[in-house]
Structures are given as C-alpha cells and as structure tokens.
Design a protein around this ligand. Structure first.
Ligand code: HEM
Length: 366
C-alpha cells in the first residue's frame, strides 16, 4: 500500500465515526420530528375547539316570545353576510368569514401532521441510507486533476438561494410549529418574541429569495432538460451499464431542479400575495395562498434534505464543485461521463483553477 494511503485510512476511520455519530443524531432528530406530528394532533392543540364559537348567546334578559333580533343578527354574521361599516377596505363588512374555520382545520390538521411525517421519514430514510451505504467514495480515488464545473455566477446564485432558503425554512417552520413546541419550552412571551422576529425575517427575506430563485432557474434550466443520459443513469442504478453517458446533471438532480423550480415558484407567488396585501386580496385568497405556500414549502424542505445530503456527506467530491467551482477528474468520469468527455474535447481537464481554488491542495494528489 502506497505510504500516502496509511494516514488517509485512519482519517477515513475517524470521519466514519464522526459520520456515524451524525447519523445517530439525525436518527433521534427524525424520531423527534415524527413524534411532532402526533403531538400536534390536529386542531385541538392550538385551535380553539371548533364547537365553542357556534354557541348561541343566551336570549336577552326578560325577552319573551317571537324571533330574537340578536340571534338573527349573529346568524347572518355567521353565514358570512356582509353588513354595513364605516371601515374602508376589502370585505370589511364581513365580520366572520366561514372559510376561516376550514383553513384552520387544514393548517393545524393535515398540513402540519403530514408535513412533519414527511420530514421525519425523509430524515430517518437518509440516516438509515447513510448507515447502510455510507459516503459514496470516488472509486478511482482522486486524480488531483481538476475540471471546472460551476461558474462564479452559478455558485453565487446557488449559495444565495441556499442561504435564504435555510433562513426561510427555519423561520417558516417556527411559525408553523412554534406554537405547539416553543410555548411549553420558552413560554408565551418567549414564543411571541421568536415568532415576531421570524415573521419579520421571513417577510423581508422572502422577496429576495424570489429574485434569487428566478435567476437561478434561468441560469441552470438549459442543463436540466431530459436527455439520453437519464435512461443511462437509471440503467446504471440497476447495474445494467458501465457507460451511462450522463450529462452535466443526472436524472436525480434534474428531478430536484424541477421540484425546486415548480414548488419554489408556488411558494414565491403565494408568498408575495401574502406579503403585499395591497391588491385588495380577500381573506379567502390569503387562506388559499397560505395553504399552498405551506404545501410548496414542505415539499421543498423534504426535497432539500435529499439534495443537501447528496451535496455534502452522500457523495465524496460533490461539495467542492459548488464551493470552489472545480471537481476532481475521477469524480467527473464516474458521475457525469458524457459531460466529462465534453470537457476533455474542450481541453478543460487538468486546468489550473483560478482564484481561491488555486491554493487548495488536493488530498492524495501526486
Ligand atoms: C446547504 C444547502 C445546500 C447544499 C450543501 C447544496 C449543495 C449542492 C452541490 C454540491 C451541488 C452540485 C452538484 C453537482 O455538482 O452536480 C448543488 C447543485 C444544485 N443545487 Fe444545491 N445545495 C444546497 C441548497 C440548495 C437549495 C436550497 C436549492 C434550491 C432551492 C439548490 C439548488 C441546486 C441546483 C438547482 C443545483 C444544480 C443542479 C441542477 O441544476 O440539476 N441547492 N447543490
């Protein structure tokens, strides 16, 4: 065994122990998130008991016989009829809007319950996958020769979207689940302080995310259309070919791109509708927007778990592509063979990296 391999073996053993610990933490986190769904248990946690609001006020003291004008009034209000008011604005005459109760049942019911189940199962699935498979190593090891993979623009756009997405995810999940989980821990005042900071961050950073996402879609879309490498990727997964002819992005990445694009635009449009209520939006429009926003966001969050896993510990040599712009030649050969052959034809293999990537010595590079 070449001498350069021995210290690497102990490093690998150490990193494997670290990652095993990480997987254990992920496992506990996954279980905690799963339990979260049950603890939420639908509308009874935060929502006011649905029956309570409908109770009729007692008839007026000393009123005898015939119709009670107050209950007629409240009956009309309960039906969502619009009354007259001096307050200016959209549907200000409507005191109670009936869809509100349905919206709350969906938000505190299926949305939070199934959302937390999906997140929990994804984390558990990834932790289990990692424990069984571990990090997918570069079979040939690193060659030390670099291939340019992402331009500066692509990387800046990607990390702007990624950082904004993570802040919006944390603040969004706090707004969705915080009431049930933070109040018992930090009390009402702690929760309301956290919720108001989260809401402010979410409302101000949301529009920035929309801009970054649209730009990222525009820049990455051309390499995310179906091609013959997609079939090759499936055949390679099934062990049916050693020459899959995979292009710049494989079918899994393209799937994530389109999910991030479609769910991302759904979250963006509904987010802007809720953020800028200056177009006469009715409560119904805002309720539907919030449910669609929640569904889109939870789908993106679950998908991003898989993407972040593959982009960090899942696949050796992947992270540096988006961090420095360069990947190792053997990584390119093994994961994107058709794209690598293109780079060879363009004379782009073994190029000296520009900027910060130049100073980074490659592990195992001769
Ligand atoms: C901490 C969070 C993230 C990490 C560590 C990460 C990591 C990576 C890495 C390593 C790649 C390069 C993969 C390759 O070379 O093929 C990549 C590509 C990409 N990432 Fe991320 N990413 C993160 C968050 C996000 C988010 C939040 C989005 C979108 C909402 C996103 C969208 C993309 C897209 C579109 C690509 C290009 C692949 C394609 O177009 O098919 N990433 N990411």
């Amino acid at each position: 065994m070449p001498s350069s391999q021995r210290p690497q073996r102990s490093t690998q053993a150490r990193s494997r122990r670290w990652f095993a610990a990480l997987a254990a933490v992920a496992l506990v986190a996954g279980l905690a998130i799963l339990l979260m769904g049950d603890a939420l248990g639908g509308p009874s946690v935060s929502a006011q008991a649905p029956g309570a609001a409908a109770q009729e006020p007692p008839p007026e003291e000393g009123f005898r016989g015939g119709e009670n004008p107050r209950s007629n009034y409240w009956g009309a209000v309960r039906e969502g009829q619009s009354g007259t008011t001096t307050v200016k604005g959209t549907e200000t005459g409507v005191l109670i809007q009936n869809y509100g109760e349905i919206y709350r049942q969906i938000r505190n019911g299926p949305l939070t319950t199934y959302g937390s189940w999906l997140m929990g199962l994804m984390v558990l699935g990834l932790a289990g996958f990692y424990l069984i498979k571990g990090t997918v190593r570069i079979h040939e090891g690193r060659s030390g020769r670099l291939v340019p993979r992402f331009s500066e623009l692509e990387r800046y756009l990607h990390w702007s979207v990624a950082v904004l997405f993570i802040v919006l995810t944390v603040t969004g999940l706090l707004l969705l689940f915080g009431r049930a989980f933070l109040i018992p821990v930090v009390g009402m005042s702690g929760f309301s302080a956290t919720a108001s900071v989260s809401k402010t961050l979410h409302n101000f950073l949301g529009p920035l995310f929309v801009i970054a996402l649209v730009l990222m879609i525009a820049v990455f879309i051309r390499d995310n259309f179906p091609d013959r490498g997609d079939i090759g990727w499936i055949r390679q997964l099934l062990g049916r070919t050693d020459n899959p002819q995979i292009g710049r992005f494989n079918l899994g990445e393209k799937g994530w791109f389109w999910m991030a694009a479609v769910a991302g635009l759904m979250v963006s449009i509904t987010g802007l509708i809720m953020d800028f209520t200056i177009f006469g939006q009715t409560r119904f429009v805002l309720q539907v927007s919030q449910i669609l926003h929640g569904v889109g966001a939870l789908l993106m969050i679950v998908g991003s778990f898989g993407h972040i896993y593959m982009g960090t510990i899942g696949l050796e040599g992947s992270f540096e592509g988006m961090a420095t712009g360069y990947v190792d030649e053997n990584w390119a050969k093994e994961h994107h063979d058709a794209w690598y052959e293109e780079k060879v034809r363009e004379g782009q293999v073994g190029v000296a990296p520009e900027g910060p990537a130049a100073s980074e010595p490659r592990e195992g590079a001769s």
